[in-house]
Ligand binder design. Structure first.
Ligand SMILES: O=C(CO)[C@H](O)[C@H](O)COP(=O)(O)O
Length: 252
């Protein structure tokens, strides 16, 4: 069925080269991993952010898209599914997902990720950890030369129950954070960002993270923490990176 689709090299480049990099990563990830020939129902996870927009666009171009049930990771992703004419499902109905596509803020050499720059980390982790195959789509800026905390300098996003934020901030400093702040809405909203789950987000900078699994476990053990943006322990199967020269690279 892929042969009926326009191939990526047949498409005109986008005006912003960074957008072209995101598109090539996402289209290639879908083309090479999506079960195109499936005739029965396929449950697909759709992540959040600006790169996964192109993955949803590509899946929406498939002629058998009526067979797919797409599980969102938040409000933006729900809109993406609807806008691309795909069937929307809920994780409560489909707790087992065949394949999920999502972006990342940083990817290390072992395919550990920092996610949550778009404030959707909890549902993103729920969907990714419920998927048999989890494919990351990103542009070249997201690759870390080695550890997490090198390319992404804004800190590890952590979703917390609102009433616990002050306590968690103190505890994060005890765990070694050099800076921890409650994410603010800025000019778009006075006060903190409120997630799709009605929680707050803390961004905690731990510098270069040599043991992301341990850091995740330590943060997850704090009272008030719902989830961390450290995606570790082999959760991601493969990453596609759009490069600045219009090509793509992979890591698995
Ligand atoms: O984790 C995320 C949202 O919570 C995004 O996937 C991450 O921020 C990457 O976004 P983009 O593709 O726009 O760079």
């Amino acid at each position: 069925m892929t042969s009926k689709l326009k191939q990526i090299h047949e498409l005109p480049p986008l005006s912003d080269p960074l957008e072209s990099a995101k598109r090539v990563a996402a289209y290639k990830a879908v083309d090479e991993n999506f079960p195109h020939e499936a005739t029965g129902e396929v449950v697909v996870g759709i992540g959040s952010g600006s790169t996964v927009v192109y993955a949803a666009e590509r899946i929406g171009q498939l002629p058998n898209k009526a067979n797919f049930v797409c599980i969102p990771t938040g409000f933006q992703s729900q809109q993406l599914i609807i806008d691309n004419g795909m069937k929307l499902g809920r994780i409560e109905q489909y707790p087992e997902i065949e394949i999920a596509f999502d972006g990342a803020d940083e990817v290390d050499y072992q395919l550990n990720l920092i996610k949550g720059g778009g404030a959707c980390l909890f549902q993103e982790k729920l969907v990714a950890s419920s998927s048999k195959k989890f494919i990351v789509v990103a542009d070249f800026r997201k690759k870390s030369p080695k550890h997490l905390g090198v390319a992404w300098k804004k800190g590890v996003p952590i979703e917390v129950v609102p009433v616990s934020y002050a306590r968690v901030l103190k505890d994060l400093y005890k765990l070694g954070a050099v800076k921890a702040i409650v994410r603010q809405g800025g000019s778009a909203k006075a006060g903190p960002v409120v997630t799709d789950n009605n929680n707050f987000l803390i961004d905690a900078d731990f510098g270069e993270i040599s043991n992301p699994q341990k850091l995740h476990n330590d943060i997850k053990g704090l009272v008030g923490v719902v989830e961390t943006g450290l995606f570790v322990n082999g959760i991601a199967n493969k990453a596609y990176f759009g490069e600045s020269n219009g090509e793509f690279t992979t890591q698995e």
